[in-house]
Design a protein around this ligand. Sequence first.
Ligand code: NAI
Ligand code: MG
Length: 365
Amino acid sequence: SPKPTYRIAAIPGDGIGVDITSAAIQVLDTLATANGAFAFKYTTFDWSSKAYLERGWYMQPDWEAQLKKHDAIYFGAVGWPDVPDHISLWQMILPIRQRMNQYVNVRPTRILKGTHPPVAQLQQKPADLDWIIVRENSEGEYAGQGGTTHGHTAHATATEVAIFTYVGIERIMRFAFETAKARPRRKLTMVTKSNAQRHGMVLWDKVFYEVAKEYEGVVEYDKMLVDAMTVRMVNRPESMDTIVATNLHADILSDLAAALAGSIGIAPSSNLDPTRSCPSMFEPIHGSAPDIAGKGIANPVGAFWSAAEMVRWLGKGELDAVADQFMQAIENVTGNPETRTKDMGGSAGTKAVTEAVCREIERVC
Ligand code: NAI
Ligand code: MG
């Protein structure tokens, strides 16, 4: 039978998003060639803040139909100083997450070889940090409900309404328990703020304990308030494995996780439609980094790790070994001081790291 060709919608976006997306494509193609059992075919979309400044729009009116022709979306980063960030977010990235039914955001964090974590415990025992953060990606604090009244006066009043639905909470809890169950430690920590937020967060807790009944004796679980959670992440990283939290809480906690792991430039994220009715989207968690854009020094490792997660997802269990080899190739490169970028204490550029990963893939995969 002909080998599967995965159709990838590539959205490089702005700033270093452009550099790291082309690096990811180069590495993915090297992987496909080395493996031989599958291939990738890309459509590149020029949706960016730069384009928005020129033409007044990010995406074509039929963007949904265009994206749905693909098996996955690979996304660089969007955002540029001349465009307010809420415009780039709400005209592109949030509509994609919502309309492509990507209600789960998964952020794995561990300490890759060659990174220098800032906390002493993790410098001595890097394996103490090995987490999957499962973020609710469709509602909560980023649901977009609210409004502004008397905006141009001293009486300006703005509301930002968080939305929590039974259906939305139940499906994220179920995904989180399944994720925890599939990992060796079978442990789930649920994050909340149900002492101060007594409606939505109380429902969040209630649904968590309901779903937990189905995993009694299979997955060990506990509950944390979000403020105390930041302390536990720093002081007792080894005490956690899988973590589930709301859209806002998990957004913040995953940046903390990336910093604890040594660099924002290495962290990946997957926006998943677990029903697989729409393409899922894979992106490094960093932004467009205007301060280093165009300098050729962006760390492409977060982009590569995101690409490895895309391979894992596309393979539906068949490509896990390939994704693991891909990760091994990445770590062989980060483990070598000669092939680390500046943010990891080295002096190699994006291109040199990319080429080193390609050579490692040809050797390992
Ligand atoms: P950022 O992640 O772009 O940069 C934060 C700091 O980390 C900067 O000093 C940057 O140079 C450094 N950095 C980030 N990625 C790096 C990499 N791969 N290698 C080396 N250094 C790296 O976050 P910032 O500055 O808050 O946002 C810049 C723009 O990006 C904004 O317009 C923001 O809205 C957007 N953004 C977009 C995201 C997305 O597309 N998903 C996510 C986060 C921010
Ligand atoms: Mg964020």
